[in-house]
Write a protein that binds this ligand. Structure first.
Ligand SMILES: Nc1ncnc2c1ncn2[C@@H]1O[C@H](COP(=O)(O)OP(=O)(O)OP(=O)(O)O)[C@@H](O)[C@H]1O
Ligand SMILES: [Mg+2]
Length: 308
């Protein structure tokens, strides 16, 4: 009785503390009328992103070719991301070889799925995944970013509030759950960067960690580690690159991402204990005795290792 009362108080206290901590952050990051917007790029930045000279960009503008950038009082040109995409289409028409200005998949190329992972917390996974996805979108690739971490940090970075904007699901869990999965298209949303779509995350993703052992015990999990891959197959033709931000553990979510991945990016602090932890992570993913893990990643290769 006393224990129940105590537990009740603890739960109330935890929830009050969570609200108290979250409110100032939420109010400063997400005022009620806030929507995230991408800034415009100066002509120098635009030229660098497109891979042309600034003078050529100016000439196109003076000749009235391509989109009209915003011009400031000092006659500086400012280009939006959509302007850059339109310019890429224009430049590609006179490119020396296909793909000079419009990167992305050519006939026969596979969708690239990059899992950013490591079971070390705070190693820069989310920061790396978000910047990689945004940079790829700015350079003209069609990108899908997936937040597979229940902490939902990458979701918040893209202006989606996990507690408020996803009251009835809307994460990848909807598309990979065992009971009546939804089509993956239902959980993909546009972001403030043209060319970058997002599947947000929230605590509901934890359901997959809880449900998988249950489904395995009942014998109806099938090949659970193929669920992310199978869900992504539904939108294979719509993207060039998928970037998955994984949680800091080698659980069922990470294993499913590993199975879907064509490449893995491991982020790490260049410190002894972190390197030892990464070695353990790599050993676990390649463990010859770990049948499930080996089956989970038959074709994946290490794309890179980022230090921060
Ligand atoms: N290259 C970097 N240089 C300096 N600081 C960085 C760098 N990358 C990330 N950080 C900082 O390190 C902290 C942790 O980063 P981040 O949240 O991306 O890690 P994470 O691996 O996703 O964490 P978690 O395991 O909790 O998901 C953040 O404060 C972030 O701003
Ligand atoms: Mg993270």
């Amino acid at each position: 009785m006393l224990e129940d009362l105590n537990r009740g108080h603890q739960a109330t206290f935890r929830s009050a503390l969570a609200n108290q901590l979250a409110r100032p952050t939420r109010e400063s990051l997400f005022p009620p009328d806030a929507t995230k917007q991408m800034r415009k790029f100066t002509s120098g930045e635009a030229a660098a992103l497109l891979g042309v000279n600034d003078s050529y960009l100016r000439k196109l503008h003076l000749d009235g070719k391509g989109p009209s950038p915003e011009t400031t009082a000092g006659n500086r040109r400012l280009y939006s991301v959509q302007d850059l995409h339109d310019l890429r289409q224009l430049l590609e028409k006179t490119a020396r070889k296909p793909g000079d200005y419009l990167p992305g998949r050519r006939e026969g190329d596979h969708l690239q799925i990059i899992g950013v992972m490591n079971f070390k917390g705070g190693s820069g996974k989310t920061t790396t995944a978000a910047h990689l996805a945004q940079r790829l979108a700015l350079t003209g690739y069609r990108v899908l970013a997936i937040d597979l971490d229940p902490q939902a940090s990458m979701t918040a970075l893209h202006g989606v509030q996990p507690e408020f904007d996803l009251p009835d699901g809307g994460t990848l869990y909807d598309a990979i759950r065992y009971d009546d999965p939804a089509p993956i298209q239902a959980v993909i949303r546009k972001t403030y960067i043209p060319g970058l779509d997002l599947i947000p995350g929230n605590l509901e993703l934890m359901e997959f960690e809880h449900e998988t052992p249950r489904a395995l015990a009942q014998g109806n999990a099938g090949l659970f580690f193929f669920r992310v891959r199978e869900a992504l197959a539904q939108v294979d033709a719509d993207y060039d690159v998928v970037v998955i931000d994984c949680p800091p553990q080698l659980g069922f979510l990470t294993m499913s991402a590993l199975s879907a991945a064509t490449g893995v990016l491991v982020t790490i602090h260049p410190e002894m204990l972190d390197v030892m932890s990464m070695s353990q992570f790599l050993r676990m993913t390649a463990d010859p005795d770990g049948r499930d893990r080996r089956q989970a990643a038959p074709t994946c290769r290490m794309t890179g290792c980022a230090t921060c």
